[in-house]
Ligand binder design. Structure first.
Ligand SMILES: Cc1cc2nc3c(=O)[nH]c(=O)nc-3n(C[C@H](O)[C@H](O)[C@H](O)COP(=O)(O)OP(=O)(O)OC[C@H]3O[C@@H](n4cnc5c(N)ncnc54)[C@H](O)[C@@H]3O)c2cc1C
Length: 431
């Protein structure tokens, strides 16, 4: 199978970010942050606004990894429903954690508005279209739990979901009106610009290759420079390397792959997602879709495990588009791209303190647009002295996954299995 040239829609359509260079000197700061995605930049911005000297280092360019590649779906909450979170974390931390995750989408839109970030943001909601009656029943329970806590989450009938998505494939759904969409690369570049305005510094093409304790401080070395600081924040998520080996073993990374069509003709734009919500359906291997500012349909799902997807992987995505939107037959596809998603064993994001003065936030399980931004704020507040209860988020030890070396094989097998389960459900439903 031939490889398919990869280009992301977002890099083709975002304005340039701030001009940045590699670190070539030895510096001191209050905090050094590894990773210039949403987590790292959000933490740095919060610390800079609190008057701290911050230096952010990235091995690549700003937004070259997940924060500039994702679907741009601003999804409130985490994978677990609020009642489950309260059961897991008890009467004190549980409700505080629910409040934290509930506020993640609000935070994104507040930051965009406060810093005037131009990233084509829309806030018409995030939809979960149901692929079966049993999934619909689970969505109804979820909606009810959120509504009890005052969130604007409603159920949609079959007719309503068809009108909002333009697809006949779903039997109903949920709309969470706190959610929405962003142009993800424009958003992360906007965060970097806001950080520079607030007095922070960002160095790109500057991989952190060593982390050393020097007296009561930490020094991070890059190939041509170093930063010494009392605090280090590791914000490397699915792209975590061997800088702190145990951290890499707390997540399993799985690929996610997206395609985007040409701008749709006016009639189809009126039909498909006319209000521009974000949507992720309820298949085990869910498909997520949205439109962009030019009216292209963007759809993603779990990808292949190859670094460069081949034609078979791309055809898989095309089939998903045509299954959900048969009216798009014949519309050409223009962009294909993908990246890595960090999955944790408990499906929760994690905030760790691997050593005194060293913090890490990662593991968003495909929901990092809102949650990584919230994690950045939590990390900054932790550096400024907040306890886990004040944060409304657990601070947990680094617990590497047992037999991590085999986890890639496990993830592959799980994806194949879930693909089969979805396939059986589809054939039972006659789709
Ligand atoms: C294809 C795809 C689609 C997705 N869609 C959605 C979506 O629609 N909605 C949603 O909520 N979430 C989505 N996600 C997840 C979301 O993008 C991530 O959770 C989020 O971007 C994580 O942000 P981050 O800053 O933690 O990590 P990243 O943005 O990946 O940043 C980590 C940075 O660390 C740097 N780094 C790593 N090691 C080093 C080192 N040693 N030295 C220096 N720098 C280093 C990397 O270069 C990278 O820039 C998607 C992810 C992918 C890949």
């Amino acid at each position: 199978m031939p490889a398919v040239p990869l280009q992301s829609l977002w890099s083709a359509t975002a304005s340039a970010g701030p001009a940045l260079t590699a670190l070539t000197t030895a510096r001191r700061a209050h905090a050094v942050i590894v990773g210039a995605g949403y987590t790292g930049l959000s933490a740095a911005l919060q610390l800079a606004l609190a008057g701290r000297d911050v230096v952010v280092l990235d091995a690549a360019e700003v937004g070259e990894r997940a924060s500039g590649l994702n679907g741009g779906q601003v999804i409130p909450g985490v994978k677990h429903d609020p009642d489950t979170l309260e059961e897991m974390f008890g009467p004190q931390l549980g409700p505080a954690l629910v409040a934290t995750v509930a506020a993640a989408a609000d935070l994104v839109f507040e930051v965009i508005s406060r810093h005037g970030i131009q990233c084509d943001s829309t806030r018409t909601g995030w939809i979960q279209p149901a692929t079966s009656e049993s999934a619909l029943a689970q969505l109804a329970a979820r909606a009810q739990q959120w509504r009890r806590r005052g969130a604007a989450v409603d159920m949609l009938s079959r007719e309503e979901i068809q009108a909002l998505t333009g697809s006949q494939r779903y039997c109903g759904g949920l709309i969470d009106r706190r959610g929405g969409t962003v142009q993800p690369l424009a958003f992360v570049r906007g965060l970097a610009a806001a950080l520079l305005t607030a007095g922070g510094e960002v160095f790109t093409r500057s991989p952190a290759i060593r982390l050393l304790q020097v007296a009561n401080e930490w020094r991070i070395d890059t190939p041509e420079g170093s930063v010494t600081a009392p605090t280090v924040i590791l914000a490397t998520n699915a792209y975590t390397d061997r800088l702190v080996g145990a951290l890499r073993r707390t997540i399993v990374r799985v690929p996610s792959f997206q395609v985007a069509t040409q701008p749709l003709p006016p009639q189809l734009r009126k039909d498909i997602l006319p209000q521009r919500q974000a949507a992720s359906d309820t298949w085990h291997l869910l498909r997520y879709f949205r439109t962009d500012a030019s009216g292209r349909l963007v759809l993603g799902s779990r990808g292949t495990f190859a670094a460069t997807p081949d034609l078979r992987a791309v055809r898989h995505q095309y089939r998903a588009v045509h299954e959900i939107f048969p009216q798009l037959a014949g519309i050409p596809f223009e962009y294909h791209w993908g990246g890595w998603v960090a999955i944790t064993r408990d499906h929760l994001p994690h905030l760790h303190e691997p050593a005194p003065g060293v913090l890490a936030g990662l593991g968003y399980n495909g929901r990092g647009v809102a949650m990584a931004n919230m994690m950045g704020q939590l990390l900054a507040r932790r550096v400024l002295g907040a306890s886990a209860i004040e944060l409304g988020f657990p601070v947990t030890p680094v617990r590497p996954i047992r037999l991590h070396a085999l986890s890639g094989l496990g993830a592959r097998a799980t994806i194949q299995y879930l693909r089969m389960v979805d396939g059986w459900s589809r054939s039972r439903a006659g789709r």
